[in-house]
Ligand binder design. Structure first.
Ligand code: PHE
Length: 452
């Protein structure tokens, strides 16, 4: 058997982990809920939730991953032999594949819009209703979105086929700096638009009156999704981290990058939205309908500028979605390679095919299958609700309980302090958070999903 691959450097670890973390959650979700829950006041709550609850879960996953050096199922089997923990590990192999099946549909939309932006079609001389109408027509058609979903999945599979060093690491090391550059370019463009200051005020004005109970739950839920917790991606990536690497430093590096990207995305999007006199809407509509129109309208008479900005914008969504998607696929691939002895090529192709098929249902649920509802939800919405509201927090709970209550304190300490050589003074606090605060935080997310 070939020796297990490792990420080559600290930068590679953080680029890959931050690549997984920074995704659609940062680019369209964060800017919108930030404003909704009181701007700067929400950022404070978000930072506290990230530090006290999300980051400890991140550390818990890292500990399991690196200590076992294998996939999520194998990790539980290795660290808790003969116990049912491994079944929980298996669950966290299925959830990222489920997420990927609908994430890839949205990733496909960004491929389509990138082509559109390139061919001037969106930014040509069109009215608002034409742009808005284009999005609805596109997603409700049958073949075009399927083609885009296929292209996106092919890219994901192509990167994962390359393995850790030549695939995931190499791609993330290029994609993440490029992504930052592209978003910063849009920030500059956005802030130079007349009227953009209203957007800045919206983001910066701390409005503590909007910090209601569900703002706290939203902050926690967002931190969870944004850091890719509870679905084994952190665990799997950590299994490729060398023993000398400082897990606390790479965890903090990832969380800080994730926050920076979310904030920068907010500063790229909201000033433009306000400059064009729009209300900040939520979800795919903001990114795929309002923004293409804004880029067009605000660059009136300068098609080159609007094309450049649109291309930069959809390229950044595509890059962010790809680096997240590869981490989801890698969880399953690692399982088939480590547990079933399958070759990487076969494992990648097999899982990509399965995810692609499931994604077809999600894609069609905006069009020909829009009438098919399960529990009142379309396939797409059902999968999203199942994963974000239930599977992710459940996985997170499993990981923190495992590290906080099943593993011995000495083993956890050994892993987080690299045998007592680093983070020694910090360990007590981190351990306390993993053992007590993180599980309580997750239960709070569950309760809020049930009652708020
Ligand atoms: N964190 C990613 C985002 O913000 C989503 C994700 C979830 C990635 C789960 C991997 C695993 O879009």
């Amino acid at each position: 058997m070939k020796p297990r691959e490792h990420f080559g450097s600290r930068f590679a670890v953080i680029a890959a982990m931050a690549g997984s973390a920074v995704g659609l959650g940062n680019i369209w979700r964060f800017p919108y809920i930030l404003g909704q829950y009181g701007g700067a006041a929400f950022v404070l709550v978000y930072i506290v939730a990230s530090l006290l609850v999300a980051l400890p879960i991140f550390f818990a996953e890292s500990v399991i991953g690196r200590r076992s050096g294998t996939d999520t199922f194998g990790a539980m089997k290795k660290l808790a032999p003969g116990t049912p923990w491994k079944w929980a590990g298996l669950l966290t192999i299925l959830s990222p594949l489920l997420i990927l099946s609908y994430y890839s549909v949205v990733g496909g939309w960004s491929v389509q819009f990138l082509f559109k932006a390139l061919s001037f079609n969106i930014t040509g001389d069109v009215s608002e209703s034409e742009v808005v109408g284009y999005f609805s027509r596109f997603i409700s058609s049958t073949w075009q979105p399927i083609l885009s979903h296929t292209l996106f999945m092919a890219m994901v599979a192509g990167i994962v086929l390359g393995g850790i060093k030549n695939g995931i690491e190499r791609f993330s090391k290029v994609a993440m700096p490029v992504l930052l550059g592209l978003i910063l370019f849009i920030v500059v463009y956005s802030l130079t638009l007349p009227g953009s200051m209203a957007g800045l005020r919206y983001l910066l004005k701390p409005d503590f009156s909007k910090l209601t109970a569900d703002a706290y739950a939203a902050a926690l839920g967002q931190a969870f999704f944004s850091l890719s917790l509870g679905v084994g991606t952190v665990l799997t990536y950590a299994s490729y981290v060398k023993k000398e690497e400082n897990l606390v430093v790479s965890g903090v590096g990832t969380a800080v990058s994730d926050l920076v990207f979310a904030l920068v995305a907010a500063f790229a999007i909201m000033p433009a939205v306000f400059a064009a006199g729009f209300e900040p809407g939520s979800g795919p509509g903001l990114v795929f309908q309002t923004l293409p129109y804004i880029f067009h309208k605000m660059s009136q008479g300068m098609p080159i500028v609007s094309t450049l900005v649109s291309v930069a914008f959809f390229l950044s969504i595509l890059a962010a979605a790809l680096t997240s998607a590869i981490s989801m696929l890698e969880v399953g691939v690692a399982y088939l390679v480590d547990q079933k002895g399958m070759g990487r090529r076969r494992a990648t192709l097999l899982l990509s095919l399965g995810v692609w098929l499931l994604g077809l249902l999600c894609s069609l649920s905006f069009g020909p299958l829009s009438g098919v509802k399960v529990l009142g939800l379309s396939f797409f919405d059902l999968q999203d609700a199942l994963c974000s509201n239930w599977l992710m927090p459940m996985g997170g709970l499993v990981f923190t309980l495992f590290v906080g209550w099943w593993m011995s304190r000495a083993d956890v300490r050994d892993e987080l302090t690299n045998g007592g050589t680093c983070n020694v003074r910090l360990f007590g606090l981190v351990y306390f958070l993993m053992r007590y605060l993180a599980p309580v935080g997750i239960v709070a997310v569950f309760l809020s999903n049930l009652f708020l």
